[in-house]
Ligand binder design. Structure first.
Ligand code: NDP
Ligand code: OXD
Length: 306
């Protein structure tokens, strides 16, 4: 069995070592132009040339959860695209989002200012019931995040394409449920995949339906959010702030207004990182299952876009 590794901006040596240890007997190498056909590929942002030269791949394993960039390429016709399925990302996402929600709800930025001014200043406690959190996307990551927020006793709403039932979460679904979901939420956490249906979904029209004093946490993809609409809603006071981990252009360009905005917190696409050991174990397990003719989780539906 041949496995080819083609991951941009990734140090290949530890991955090859880990995959070789997990799949003894497999022939694993870093892809180079003109390399022979492989059975499976481990990829991140591969060049089109790689895909064109590997037309008979059985499966492409993406070392991230989001496949939006991969699906823009011309893929080998019969290869299954397999996304990363948690592999240690869900708990990271839950801690990032809970931190952002609690930091906003408990006004830690204001306490920081008081501390720097040498002031022992209490703030009036706010009511958790006034801070309903809405999570768009109730998949692998969104479900974990919604459950973690519910543990802190925030009212939690969730929105997905198909109807769901999740303990402690008020679930909405489909285009027909979106406006009610927004109206019921003050803090919005975006965990949708980027697809033609979800691009630009966080815009003036949708964000202005959030409850007044709303807060936006975007941890999915930058192209979900219309940057200027966010800035306008912050200026109008309808939104109180935002925590953004993902951007239309990454790295976020120098001079972009998000960098210096007093109500925006920027992090460098780090809310849930790919963890090498967990990822290798997951991919190796799936390759072994496919070799045995078994089904695996995380197969992407290219028509749906996720
Ligand atoms: P999943 O595919 O498991 O979940 C996607 C969810 O979105 C599902 O609940 C799905 O609904 C819902 N959804 C998709 N399209 C629509 C739509 N048109 N309307 C309503 N709901 C929709 O993805 P993950 O949870 O694993 O990951 C989500 C995204 O997070 C990734 O695509 C990636 O972009 C981003 N990400 C960001 C990271 C970071 O570090 N910032 C790290 C990892 C991922 P249904 O359940 O009905 O299918
Ligand atoms: C991912 C990401 O999609 O890191 O996994 O954004």
């Amino acid at each position: 069995m041949k496995i080819t590794f083609c991951c941009t901006d990734t140090k290949s040596e530890p991955w090859l070592k880990g995959l070789a240890a997990a799949l003894p007997g497999a022939d694993i190498s870093v892809w180079q132009a003109g390399a022979p056909q492989a059975d499976y590929a481990v990829v991140w942002a591969p060049p089109q040339q790689f895909l064109d030269e590997q037309p008979d791949l059985k499966a492409l394993f993406n070392i991230g959860a989001g496949v939006d960039a991969l699906l823009k390429l011309r893929l080998p016709p019969t290869a299954a695209v397999v996304r990363l399925d948690d592999a240690g990302m869900a708990v990271q996402m839950a801690e990032y989002v809970c931190h952002a929600v609690i930091r906003h709800f408990r006004e830690f930025d204001a306490y920081d200012e008081s501390m720097h001014a040498g002031q022992w200043a209490y703030r009036k406690p706010r009511l958790r019931t006034d801070f309903a959190v809405g999570v768009t996307g109730l998949g692998v990551l969104g479900t974990r995040v919604a459950r973690a927020l519910a543990q802190f006793e925030f009212p939690v709403n969730g929105w997905s394409r198909s109807p769901k039932a999740l303990g402690g979460v008020r679930c909405y679904s489909g285009a027909e449920g979106f406006n009610d979901f927004l109206a019921a939420s003050r803090v919005l956490v975006n965990l949708l995949p980027l697809t033609p249906e979800t691009q630009d979904i966080l815009n003036q029209g949708t964000l202005s339906r959030l409850q007044s004093g709303g807060y936006v946490i975007n941890v999915a993809r930058g192209a979900h959010l219309v940057d200027d609409d966010l800035i306008a809603l912050l200026a109008s006071g309808h939104l109180a702030g935002a925590t953004l981990d993902v951007f239309r252009t990454e790295p976020l360009p120098a001079g972009h207004p998000f960098w210096q905005h007093p109500k925006i917190t920027v992090t460098p696409h780090t809310s849930a990182r790919t963890l090498r050991d967990e990822t290798i174990a997951q991919i190796a397990g799936k390759i072994a299952a496919l070799q045995r003719g078994e089904a695996v989780a995380g197969i992407v539906n290219p028509d749906r876009g996720y």
